[in-house]
Design a protein around this ligand. Structure first.
Ligand code: UDP
Length: 309
C-alpha cells in the first residue's frame, strides 16, 4: 500500500486530494499548519489509513517510516491571503519546498509540486502553454506568490536534475468547488456569498478581465493522473471556458436568483487581464480534460455555500 504525504492537506485542494488518494488505496499523512487550511475540511475522514500532523513545513520535517509520494500543496493561494501573509507565502514556496524535497530525497519518494497559472503572470501569450516563460512583476504585491512558485519550480527541477528525484509539476489554473473558504477573497466564493446574502457583487475594475474556472473534481483527477504518469516537465490543469468577470457575475446572479446589483471596485495591482490554459499537453499526456459542465459545478458549489452563509 503506497504511503503518501500531502502538505496543505487541510486546505481546499489538499483535503480533496487526501480523499482521492485514500480512495485509491494509499495511506495518507495530511500535514498542515492550519494558517489557511481548516480541520473542518478533514474531520469527516475517520480511518486507520489517515493521519494528521499539525506542522509548519518551513521548519525541519521528521516523518517516521517510508513515504512513496509527497504532494506539496501548502501555501496561501488566494490573492487576499498572500497579501495578508506575504512573508509566509514566500517562505512556504521556498523553504517549504526545500524541506519537502529534502524529505523526498531521504525517502526516495516521488514529489509533486502544486504550481500555478500565476507563474505566467499577466500573460502576453494566449492561451498559455507550458513553453511560455511568463510576464511577472517580481516586486508587485502578487510577486510574493508568483515568485515563490517560480522559485519552487526551479528548486524541483534542480532536485530532479542534480539528485535524480522523480518529480512532477502541475500548474493549476482557477479552480472552484466545495471547501473554498467563504472569506478567502477569491471571486467564486465572494460573488456567491454576496448573491446569497443580497449584497452587491463587487466587480474589480471594468470586469473585462477574463478567467476560466475548473470544477475541483476535474482538477483533482488531472493532478492524480499527472502523479501516476512519468512526466517530469510542467503540465497545465484547468478549464478552457474563458469568460469575463462581468459575465461570471451575471451567471452567479442567474443561478442564485439573486437581486443583487453589480458595483465596481478598484482593480488590484497586477491583476492579470486574461488567463486561459492551453490544455494540449494534459490531453496528450494524461488523456485528461475537464468533464463537469460549468453550470453543474457552480450549482454544487452554491449548494455547499448555502449552508455556510
Ligand atoms: N474579482 C472581482 N471581485 C471580487 C474578487 C475578485 O472582480 O470580489 C476579480 C479579480 O480582480 C480577478 C478575478 O476576479 O480579475 C479572479 O480573482 P481571484 O481572486 O478569484 O483569483 P485570480 O484569478 O486573480 O488569482
Amino acid at each position: 500500500m503506497p504511503r503518501t504525504l500531502i502538505t496543505g492537506g487541510a486546505g481546499f485542494l489538499g483535503s480533496h486530494l487526501c480523499e482521492k488518494l485514500l480512495n485509491a488505496g494509499h495511506d495518507v499523512i495530511c500535514m498542515d499548519n492550519l494558517s489557511t487550511g481548516r480541520i473542518e475540511n478533514i474531520e469527516h475522514i475517520h480511518c486507520r489509513e489517515f493521519q494528521f500532523i499539525h506542522q509548519d513545513v518551513t521548519q525541519y520535517l521528521y516523518v517516521d517510516g517510508p513515504i512513496d509520494y509527497i504532494l506539496h500543496f501548502a501555501s496561501p493561494a488566494s490573492p487576499l491571503d498572500y497579501l495578508e501573509m506575504p512573508i509566509q507565502t514566500l517562505k512556504v514556496g521556498s523553504l517549504g519546498t526545500h524541506k519537502t524535497l529534502g524529505l523526498a530525497r531521504a525517502k526516495k519518494a516521488t514529489f509533486l509540486l502544486a504550481s500555478t497559472s500565476e507563474v505566467y503572470g499577466d500573460p502576453e501569450v494566449h492561451p498559455q502553454n507550458e513553453e511560455y516563460w511568463g510576464n511577472v512583476n517580481p516586486i508587485g504585491p502578487r510577486g510574493v506568490y508568483d515568485e515563490a512558485k517560480r522559485f519552487a519550480e526551479a528548486m524541483v527541477m534542480a532536485y530532479h536534475r542534480y539528485h535524480g528525484i522523480d518529480t512532477r509539476i502541475v500548474r493549476i489554473f482557477n479552480t472552484f468547488g466545495p471547501r473554498m473558504r467563504l472569506d478567502d477573497g477569491r471571486v467564486v466564493p465572494a460573488f456567491i456569498e454576496q448573491a446569497l446574502t443580497g449584497q452587491p457583487l463587487t466587480v474589480f475594475g471594468d470586469g473585462k478581465q477574463t478567467r476560466s474556472f475548473c470544477f475541483v473534481e476535474d482538477t483533482i483527477e488531472g493532478i492524480y493522473r499527472l502523479l501516476m504518469s512519468n512526466e517530469t516537465t510542467p503540465v497545465n490543469v484547468g478549464a478552457t471556458a474563458e469568460m469575463t468577470i462581468l459575465d461570471f457575475a451575471t451567471k452567479i446572479i442567474e443561478l442564485t436568483g439573486a437581486k443583487s446589483p453589480l458595483i465596481h471596485k478598484d482593480l488590484p495591482v497586477d491583476d492579470p487581464k486574461t488567463r486561459c490554459p492551453d490544455l494540449s499537453k494534459a490531453k496528450r499526456i494524461l488523456d485528461w480534460e475537464p468533464r463537469v459542465p460549468f453550470e453543474e459545478g457552480l450549482r454544487r458549489t452554491i449548494d455547499f455555500f448555502r449552508d455556510k452563509v
